[in-house]
Write a protein that binds this ligand. Structure first.
Ligand code: MG
Ligand code: MG
Length: 257
């Protein structure tokens, strides 16, 4: 069931988004060579709890951490650990928080310490996939328009679009209806309505779209070992330019310029 949000509920999701954006901004800056993902995980949890919110991922279906920290060929749901990050690694950080009963969900990828042009190119493509998809989150469009925009661009750049994991509705719950795939056909699927809130989250690879799961039961890696990147925001469907609830002040039209 799709739950349309009222203006008062959207205001609460904005507040959760402002907090989550500050957390991910801090993690992006902290993700330097020598730092461990466990340190980033603790940083995220501390920031979220200090703001009176809860980390949504910790304990979700038994997931043990506050962030998903996925390195290189790891697509999503990677476990934090005490190994120092290395220069040039592609690190994807996914995080969610619940503030005053309302959720926000966002992810980004970075090259640790820079100096990896191949990984940076993939990150740039993945972010552009997001912006192109998010631009479709307008009243009257269809769900397939979002996936089609993501898939068309990614594949035109020779990249793979992960299918085993998708975006999702979000609100009081981290995962609500509908599922928001990163592939699809324009003009097909559910009609989008003003007041819908969805997490759009392309996961793009330099190789295959196929993934497999590691023995920890969570970590998804590309089946061919190619690099993967992830970019996600919580998006409000409107009758004009969609609003990025987890990226205050961002404008899709400017990102796509
Ligand atoms: Mg996420
Ligand atoms: Mg998500």
């Amino acid at each position: 069931m799709i739950k349309l949000k009222t203006e008062a509920q959207i205001e609460k999701m904005r507040a959760a988004g402002v907090l989550l954006h500050s957390v991910l901004t801090a993690l992006r800056a902290a993700a330097r060579p020598g730092v461990t993902t466990l340190e980033l995980d603790r940083m995220a949890e501390d920031m979220i709890r200090s703001a009176g919110a809860t980390p949504s991922f910790k304990g979700y279906a038994g997931f043990p951490y506050s962030i998903c920290a996925s390195i290189d060929d790891q697509v999503v749901h990677g476990f934090s650990n005490d190994r120092p990050l290395l220069q040039g690694q592609l690190l994807s950080i996914d995080c969610g928080c619940k503030l005053d009963g309302w959720q926000s969900d966002s992810a980004l990828s970075v090259v640790v310490g820079g100096g990896n042009a191949e990984a940076q190119r993939l990150i740039d493509i993945t972010e552009r996939c997001f912006w192109l998809g998010a631009d479709m989150a307008r009243e009257g469009n269809r769900l397939g328009d979002i996936g089609h925009a993501v898939q068309t661009y990614a594949e035109s750049m020779g990249c793979g679009v992960v299918r085993d994991y998708t975006g999702h509705g979000i609100g009081r719950e981290m995962h609500e209806d509908p599922s928001v795939p990163n592939y699809g056909y324009a003009g097909r699927g559910l009609k989008l309505q003003k007041g819908m809130t969805i997490a759009i989250e392309p996961m793009i690879t330099l190789g295959t779209w196929r993934t497999k799961k590691l023995s920890d039961g969570w970590t998804a890696v590309t089946a061919d070992g190619s690099l993967a990147a992830h970019y996600e925001h919580t998006v409000l469907v409107t009758d004009g330019e969609p609003e990025l609830l987890s990226f205050p002040g961002a404008r899709i039209s400017e990102a796509l310029r």
